[in-house]
Design a protein around this ligand. Sequence first.
Ligand code: SF4
Length: 240
Amino acid sequence: MRPGSPAPSADCPLCPRLAAFRRANRRIHPDWHNGPVASFGDPAATLLIVGLAPGLRGANRTGRPFTGDAAGEILYATLGRFGFARGQYRAVPDDGLELIDCRIANAVRCVPPENRPLGAEVGACRQFLEGELRTSPAPAVILPLGGIAHGSVLRALALERSRHPFAHGAVYRVHNGMTLAPSYHCSRYNLNTGRLTPAMFEQVFATVRALVDAARAGRARGDIAAYEPQTGRATRRLGS
Ligand code: SF4
């Protein structure tokens, strides 16, 4: 097991607005987590899922990404269906749920008011996202949920947005054999408005499952494997 990624302190001061919001929430809800939410899952996982930020009554309350709100219901159910989680998700951090070759991080680790982080806050927290990407081995497949998370992953990897625009279901091969497979965020709003349906989310995870399996097979052979979305086949190659 390699060392864990760098993590912010419980009182990280880098975003004054979010630090003030944390303090205010601690006064109102002293029994809640109300701090930067640590990533969940093995740092050596092949798949890294990047959400936007903790929800006020979700991860900010429970302390585990996507735990306790509507987004977590569909995310953890889908992870279980595609073999990325085992155990029963019960919306609490001590439910015993385990991720399998999968890790979940957020682009912004502290809850933002109205679920809307400012650009400067996304930028300030990127150093911790970079820690998730600089591990060895680095995640082979990255699934950003929503345009802000996608943009922050691109910045962290020094990739041009114009060449890798956010698009639900897109698959981008990037440097070092990584693949980006963005999806609409599985927020209650997106589900209620129909922007994202469970079927659309499952389609992304079917692709991600194939990408992860191909990456694992490639690593076992000592090379880099890739998934051809056009043909649905895993192929072997030597780099990207
Ligand atoms: S969002 Fe990230 S950078 Fe900003 S205060 Fe929280 S942990 Fe620190």
